[in-house]
Write a protein that binds this ligand. Structure first.
Ligand code: ADP
Ligand code: XUL
Length: 525
């Protein structure tokens, strides 16, 4: 049976899903994850990242090593007939960038199958560390870019988002400003997605329109590089960027390195995309209607739109990898904030859940703003603020962090999307039913979880399937591509409790006031 591989290089680890496909249905034949901190301790990361104040980065070589280890596992330990692999695609954490010199292209093309990948990539980087989406150090660059483009609203109208600290353009501008020599030595700037696709195909892979939307460099209407945005970012940037192409483009065949070293066939490498765009596919949200919520390292809320939603400051509009668009909100203090509370009170996830069950919806009005790290939605410096909440009350603090996260998401989602009666939850924390009950009560909507918590890897595998079929002259409707494998289990429906919905309807207003007061901003950001 034809096989399709989806990889997901996220903040904390690399995952793989192999889909087995026949004409009627697709099933998950293999799934595996590698955690960066545990598997690659020599890189010294914590939760997959290296921190230096507001600067947050990851070592790009670690991602390459993880890619190689995963490919070895898929070929040797998955128990699959790997000769049936037809196509591979992937999902990368969005916005992160990789800077390589002019030697990179030839090194990638001539990888020696007798030597490990990482060893052969030594010396190709013009910047050792890759800034990632958690980096908050580019406020000055964002101001300068917005100013050059006519203000945040104008940047949003052009690129889909106002200049945003974690987006690639401001990160590139900072690199140019602080290390001109290394910027000049940079021949190519890749996203995590396009770089890993390049390693698989042994050629310079394009950036797909969906992940390209997270750079503040692409015109969200024409889907081409926006000259004015390039000029506002750094000189000579245009020639350093890969091409932009549709999400179903074939970057090339799997390079000889992978075929000779691991016995893979010359499967098609489909351009990779960002993790949120891939999650849109992996949650089956290829048509307008329901909302997706991913509870991963970051929490995100997203939804499909056939027409261009009006870009605004504080939310993001991306091209969708299924055509059309997606709107997205990103909350930086996702799992890391939940973990901070769990660890502070020496709990495990079971006792965390018990605390949720033992406390009333709305926590008797006790509130927390859980900005353990600087927050991006709303923009706020690091700081945990409590209102009517005793820090010694362990269960109350657990309820408060989850209440806060759900109210912050729901308040903003309401403005972006029409009242929505169904939410599809995915990501690591969607395994926790008690967290999802709070989600249902706060959103006032039914919550379903995806059959597979890794919607990004699943979405990547489905994209590989769709693009492969297209290359064979079969253009499948997206509903057909996602059907079956993304169907939610109706029995797992989590219904909102009407009395709790009423409590949160009131509390959400007070939460919004508290948030406005402490974030020091009048807007909703
Ligand atoms: P990534 O953004 O790296 O892809 P994942 O979607 O894999 O992240 O989610 C990983 C996170 O899921 C972990 O950091 C952990 O905090 C969270 N998680 C896993 N199991 C549970 C659980 N039972 N309850 C709450 N959170 C959980
Ligand atoms: C979205 C964002 C994060 C990353 C990592 O804008 O910054 O969700 O994609 O998951």
């Amino acid at each position: 049976m034809p096989l399709f591989l989806g990889l997901d290089c996220s903040t904390q680890g690399l995952s793989a899903i192999v889909l087995d496909s026949d004409a009627w249905r697709r099933t998950v034949a293999f799934e595996h994850s590698l955690e960066f901190d545990r598997e690659f301790p020599e890189y010294g990361t914590t939760h997959g990242v290296l921190r230096n104040g507001l600067e947050v980065s990851s070592p790009p070589l670690m991602w390459a090593e993880a890619l190689e280890r995963m490919m070895a596992i898929v070929s040797r330990e998955a128990g699959l007939d790997i000769g049936d692999l037809r196509a591979i695609s992937g999902s990368g954490q969005q916005h992160g960038s990789i800077y390589v010199n002019e030697r990179a292209a030839s090194s990638c093309q001539a990888l020696d199958p007798r030597r490990s990948l990482a060893k052969q990539l030594d010396g190709i980087f013009s910047r050792a560390a890759s800034p990632i989406w958690m980096d908050e150090s580019t406020r000055d660059q964002c101001r300068a870019i917005d100013k050059a483009l006519g203000g945040p609203e104008a940047t949003a109208a052009l690129t889909g988002s106002a200049a945003t600290e974690r987006f690639t353009g401001p990160q590139i501008r900072k690199f140019f400003e602080t290390d001109r020599e290394s910027y000049a030595r940079t021949a190519r700037i890749h996203l995590v997605s396009s770089w890993l696709a390049s390693l698989l195909a042994g050629t310079d892979a394009s950036i797909d329109h969906a992940d390209g939307s997270g750079m503040n460099l692409m015109d969200i209407r024409t889907l081409a590089w926006a000259e004015a945005a390039l000029d506002a970012t750094a000189p000579g940037l245009g020639v350093k960027l890969p091409a932009l192409q549709s999400s179903w483009t074939i970057a090339g065949a799997l390079a000889p390195y992978w075929r000779e070293r691991y016995g893979f066939p010359p499967a098609a490498v489909i351009v990779w995309s960002g993790d949120n765009p891939c999650s849109l596919i992996g949650t089956g949200l290829v048509r307008k209607g329901w909302l997706g919520v991913s509870l991963g390292t970051s929490d995100t809320v997203f939804g499909f739109s056939a027409t261009l939603p009006t870009p605004s400051v504080g939310s993001h509009v991306f091209a969708s990898p299924a055509g059309g668009y997606m709107a997205l909100l990103c909350f930086r203090n996702g799992s890391l904030a939940r973990e901070a509370v769990r660890d502070q009170y020496r709990m495990d996830w079971e006792s965390f859940s018990r605390a949720l069950r033992q406390t009333p919806a709305g926590n008797g009005g006790a509130l927390m703003l859980p900005w353990f790290d600087p927050e991006v939605t709303p923009h706020a410096p690091a700081g945990v603020h409590r209102l009517n909440l005793d820090v010694a009350d362990a269960a109350g603090n657990v309820r408060a962090v989850v209440d806060a996260q759900m109210m912050s998401m729901a308040n903003r989602a309401e403005r972006l999307w029409q009242p929505c009666d169904r939410v599809i939850a995915t990501g690591g924390a969607s395994a926790n039913r008690d967290i999802l009950q709070v989600m249902a009560d706060v959103f006032g909507a039914e919550v379903y979880r995806t059959a597979d918590a890794n919607a990004a890897a699943l979405g990547a595998a489905l994209r590989a399937y769709h693009a492969y079929e297209l290359s064979q002259g079969r253009e499948l409707p997206w509903e057909q591509v996602v059907s079956g494998v993304t169907d939610v289990d109706e029995r797992g429906r989590i219904a909102p409790v009407p009395a709790n919905v009423a409590v949160y309807r009131e509390l959400r207003k007070r939460y919004a006031d508290f948030e406005r007061l402490k974030s020091g901003r009048s807007g909703v950001g």
